[in-house]
Design a protein around this ligand. Sequence first.
Ligand code: WT7
Length: 649
Amino acid sequence: MTRLYPVPARVSEGSPSKIASMDDWRQQWLAAKDNPDGFWLDQTKARLAWTTEPSQGLSGDFHNIAEQQVAWFADGTLNVTESCLDQHLATRGDKVAILWEGDEPGTTRTLTYAQLHAEVCKAADALRAMGVQKGERVIIYMGMVPEAAIAMLACARIGAVHSVVFGGFSAEALRDRIRDCAAEVIITQDQGLRGGRTIPLKATCDEACVGERHVRRVLVYQHTGAPVAWLPERDVWWHDAVKDASADLAAVTCAAEDPLFVLYTSGSTGRPKGLVHTCAGYMTWASYTHETVFDLREDDIYACVADVGWITGHTYIVYGPLCNGATTLMFESTPLYPDAGRYWDMVERHKVSIFYTAPTAIRALAAQGDDFVTRYDRSSLRVLGTVGEPINPEAWEWYYDVVGEKGCNIVDTWWQTETGGIAITPIAPATPTKPGSATLPNPAIVPTLLDDNALPIVGPGEGRLCLAQPWPGMARTVWGDHERYVATYFSTFPGYYFTGDGCRRDADGYHFITGRVDDVLNVSGHRMGTAEFEAVLISVEAIAEAGVVGFPHPIKGQGVYAYVVLQPGADPGADLMKAANAACREQIGAHARIDVVQVVPGLPKTRSGKVMRRILRKVAEGMPEALGDVSTLADPTVVEAIVAGAVRV
Ligand code: WT7
């Protein structure tokens, strides 16, 4: 039995939240389930600045999703930047909206709500002057500078659809995304900075654009001042473009279901999917979950140390906190720069009260010892969040005991790019926690565990995690490919949204996410498809075939294990791993690294030619005795060779 941790007094006392107890949670969860329209119409009207208030709640359902997209508040109109900026000007104009901490400790910048509003208007006016139209896609390829958030909001201000591409992605990955959403304008910066190193964002962008004649403008924010190559007919400096722009630009009115952004994420096939989030439902969900889960208070200094290139950065650095009028910290550096004390140094200097990071960072920091934590004053902290991958109980306890000094509640928030915002989670002032458990669903989330026969499990058990009802923040479709959206999420278990995760539920109804049950890897919180790695590997000259699986890794959560079959006559040599990782860096990005390469005579395939990944996984996990039935293999002898040559990790 996992111990139940009560909510510490520092968290529960004086909570302004409408969900400050388990009774409140139960009541709201039931209200949202029984009367979703009424519940969410009330929420959205209270949170967003509507131009025309909606009269409709939900339309569509999971049974009919191939024919009709789910929609929320469909007859309302708004511009989301009025919810994030304009609605705060009268009451919070001088409050800090963005608190930026640069790569070097103590390099800071602040933007008040009034200043942010002006900067967003100017950037929006600049985009408008470049001819960017409502509905047009704009790629944002930047590091963690305030201008990345300004760029997102500037697109939203004119109704353009942004697609942020993480600054670690390679030119090839960037080009795929530019093409997929047919973007004509890209916003980038000269260089990024991270951990004392520069990242050549403009140069990579230039490389991605070679031959892409439809890219007509590249807007470049100058950050480090390093010289960059320049195409005068295409490239525009940000500072030139905003110089004479309007600091008070009227927002373009959008329909509730107009797309707000496209964000690409990996699945079990080689090609990333552009998930589409729409204006009003997403914003309502971002605002509601950000306020309730973290128990946001007016004076909080809220720090989510993710990157805006991922959904966490979209929802919990930019849209949720700004809609709620919070002070949101943007962090350019890494948890280990200049040393493992960086987060806590920042917590002390900025008096951070809510802190949100990933298990991989927690594990990496715990491995460096407690001194890096305890030398800083962390008494401002009240809520500690984690997201991105399952957190092991040891890391959870270190976060709770050492970082939070047993005075903070830990919110282990389970969600996905597809869910738009937090789905299963403790509510900071209300939910007693258990190490390793994301606990209970948010209102609107109806988790269902399906067994091997696709039947719902009642009570405790373990199965595939599905969600049974639509929620406002769900992605509505895949950009340009609704069929793929339906096939990926709604065809495995008709009538349900299938998350791709496994989950155990205990007798208290608490959820423990066990990890992906599809061919998706989660390495340091980065989601990558095994098929993406395999496609890269077979592009390496010496490699004929490849099978990639994950294995448990003490810091990264999962490591990447590649089985490769060489081309006839190819010499494996010591350079194979180097060549493989160079190809990963070039075709995916610096965050995609293979940990182990094992050369095998063949992959274990069924007679119909399907690779039996189960076998590859067991060997990589160091459990070859648990291989199970291999009699259906076309050539059972390859298994012996695979086991004999297995690399111990
Ligand atoms: C996958 C989604 C959600 C923003 C960051 C990742 C895993 C996420 C947890 C958690 C266990 C988690 C799941 C999920 N995941 N949060 N608290 N406990 N697993 O978004 O890149 O779309 O990845 O991350 O496997 O399916 P993403």
